[in-house]
Design a protein around this ligand. Structure first.
Ligand code: NDP
Length: 284
C-alpha cells in the first residue's frame, strides 16, 4: 500500500507560486487574505490557525475577523461589502456552515466573484456546474484534483465513488470529476447499500466527517482511497477511513493527518497570491 502524502504536492504548489511572490514583493505588494468566522467552532479555529501559520511562513498577510455566533445578518453583510471594496484584500474566506440567523443565499450573492477564493458565490458555482472555468473552485476540491494529478492517478473513464454531498466538498468534487470524464457515484446518509457502492469504486473518496466509518468491507484490493474527513478521537486527528483495517488490502491511500488537509491550505494561499498578481501586475 502506498501512502499519498500531501507534502510533495504542497511543495510543488509553493514552487509554482514562488516567482509571483517575488514579483509582488519587489513591487512592495503583500497578498492579503481576509477570513470571517462566526462563533468558536473548533474545526474553524484549527483551520484558521493553520491558515495564519502557513501564510506567515511565506509572507502573506491575514485579516482575521471573528464575530459572535448571534451576529445579525446586516452586520455580516456590511463587513463583506467593506472587504469586497478594500483593494488591499485579495480574497475572502467565510467559515461554513453559517448560523441559521444568517441568510446564506444573500451572502452567496454579495461576495465578489473575484474575491471568492473558496467558491461559494452563485456566479462561481454556476460556472463550475456548467463546465466553464470559475474564478476559483473550492479549495478542498482543487486539493483532491492536484493530488490526483501529482501522483499521476488518471480519472478519465474511472469508476469513482464519493461519499458526501455537501455544497463545499462532495457536490462540486463530483462535478469536477464528471467534467474530467470519470463515472461518478455520489453517496450520502440515505444511500442504500453503501458497502456495494464503495466496493465497486476504482477511486473511493470519503467526505463524511465520521471517524473510522470506512472499514475493509467497503474496499477492494486495487482501490485508491482519498480520505477528506477530519475527525478527532481523544484529541487525535483521524480521517473517515479506519486505516489499520484497510492498510494491507488496498493500493493507495491519503493519510490523515498529512494528506488532503495540508494541500487545502496551500491552495487557499495560492489563490490569494494569483489574485494579487492578477490585480496588481498582470491584469489580463
Ligand atoms: P457535511 O457534514 O456538510 O457533509 C457530510 C456528508 O456526509 C453529507 O452529505 C452526509 O449525508 C454524509 N454522511 C453522513 N453520515 C453518513 C453515513 N453514515 N453514510 C454515508 N454518508 C454519510 O461535511 P463537509 O462536506 O463540510 O465535510 C466532510 C468532512 O470533510 C468533514 O470531516 C470535514 O471536517 C472534512 N473537510 C476536510 C477538508 C480538508 O481540507 N481536508 C476541508 C473541508 C472539510 P446527507 O447529505 O444525507 O446528510
Amino acid at each position: 500500500m502506498i501512502k499519498l502524502y500531501g507534502a510533495p504536492v504542497v511543495n510543488k504548489i509553493l514552487n509554482d507560486i514562488n516567482d509571483k511572490i517575488k514579483d509582488l514583493s519587489e513591487k512592495n505588494i503583500t497578498p492579503k487574505l481576509a477570513t470571517i468566522r462566526l462563533g468558536d467552532n473548533i474545526d474553524d479555529i484549527l483551520y484558521e490557525k493553520s491558515i495564519i501559520k502557513n501564510s506567515n511562513k511565506i509572507g502573506i498577510k491575514t485579516d482575521i475577523n471573528v464575530l459572535p455566533l448571534n451576529t445579525e445578518h446586516a452586520i455580516l453583510e456590511k463587513l463583506i461589502k467593506k472587504l469586497n471594496n478594500d483593494e488591499k484584500i485579495h480574497g475572502i474566506l467565510i467559515f461554513n456552515p453559517l448560523p441559521i440567523n444568517i441568510d446564506e443565499s444573500q451572502i452567496k450573492k454579495i461576495i465578489k466573484e473575484e474575491k471568492d477564493v473558496d467558491c461559494i458565490s452563485y456566479n462561481n458555482i454556476a460556472k463550475l456546474f456548467i463546465g466553464k472555468k470559475p474564478k476559483f473552485i473550492p479549495c478542498t476540491v482543487e486539493a483532491v484534483i492536484e493530488l490526483l494529478n501529482y501522483y499521476n492517478i488518471a480519472v478519465k473513464g474511472k469508476k469513482i465513488t464519493i461519499i458526501g454531498r455537501s455544497e463545499i466538498v462532495g457536490k462540486p468534487l463530483s462535478i469536477m470529476l464528471l467534467n474530467k470524464n470519470a463515472t461518478v457515484t455520489i453517496c450520502h446518509s440515505k444511500t442504500i447499500n453503501l458497502v456495494e457502492e464503495c466496493k465497486k469504486a476504482e477511486i473511493l473518496i470519503s467526505a463524511v466527517g465520521k471517524a473510522n466509518i470506512i472499514t475493509d468491507k467497503y474496499i477492494n484490493k486495487d482501490q485508491v482511497i482519498i480520505d477528506i474527513g477530519i475527525n478527532y478521537i481523544n484529541g487525535k486527528v483521524c480521517g473517515d477511513v479506519d486505516f489499520d483495517s484497510v492498510k494491507d488490502k488496498i493500493k493507495m491511500i491519503t493519510p490523515v493527518p498529512r494528506g488532503i488537509g495540508a494541500i487545502t491550505t496551500m491552495i487557499l494561499i495560492k489563490n490569494i497570491v494569483y489574485n494579487a498578481y492578477h490585480l496588481h501586475i498582470n491584469n489580463k
